[in-house]
Design a protein around this ligand. Sequence first.
Ligand code: NAP
Length: 274
Amino acid sequence: MDRNLKIGVVGLGLIGGSIFKALCALGCDVYGVSRSNPTIEQAKKYSPHISKSLLQLKKCDVIFVCTPMNKTKGILDKLDKILPKSAIVADVASIKGFVCDKVRPYKFVPTHPMAGTENSGFENSYELLFQGAKWVLVPCPKGNAKAPDIKKLTDIICALGAKPVCTTAEEHDEAVALISHMPMLIAQALFLSAKDNSLAMKLASSGFRDMTRLALSNDEMATDMISLNPQYIQKALLKLYSSVGDLLDKDYPKKIREIKKERQAMYVSGQNIL
Ligand code: NAP
């Protein structure tokens, strides 16, 4: 990674704060943009270039937009009028289709780091968040970013400890509906289904805790996921109903033995992080 790059981060929450802290730890020249005074005060302990204004990003070579999804397009539109054509901009939104609708004047690369926790805000961000995580890139076929720009970005992603994976926005949104958005919705619905049964609530232990962890997701992000990816979430739910039918149809013991084997293999040999 080129250590002479000036790198901007807009939105110093869990994801933006973690990118910011990791880049500061790597000795990079990092420019942070946040709205809130407490975050600005905390971030100034890491870098002198912290501001409420997007204008300071004019001098940056690479910018990560890490605001909530419902704010992302508004920020990208504002950057349209501020940044030079040479700037490389990556957003980190958990859904990719909705940011790919427009060709930007700068070199825009939609991305999504596959790392996170149920917590939010700068105080919960940490520099090692992306170690070993996949980081999806969705280069826009009609966009201005060329191979050397993507390479510059992937070098930064690798320096953050993540592993770049390239795909399309549609494939990404379908996949994350299956592994992230639908599981979150099910965790919430599962809790809702059981919560009125007082004995169930009294007896609930580690299995229920593990199955409902995603119900603790950041409210704003959860609401954005449901409103911005409805078609693939619906498709995933239909697939789930049909999988329940297939499972219970016949040979249940054989099918769950196969599932157990494949699920166990998934988190070994460094293929998926634990
Ligand atoms: P977060 O912790 O709530 O952080 C969002 C940050 O955006 C806040 O610090 C907020 O700053 C800032 N912000 C909001 N509006 C802004 C504006 N107009 N200008 C500048 N900053 C603004 O949320 P997060 O979990 O980091 O999520 C951020 C993005 O990452 C989302 O697009 C999400 O889809 C994506 N993502 C999240 C995860 C995850 O697991 N959490 C994983 C992968 C990707 P103030 O505090 O100053 O208001």
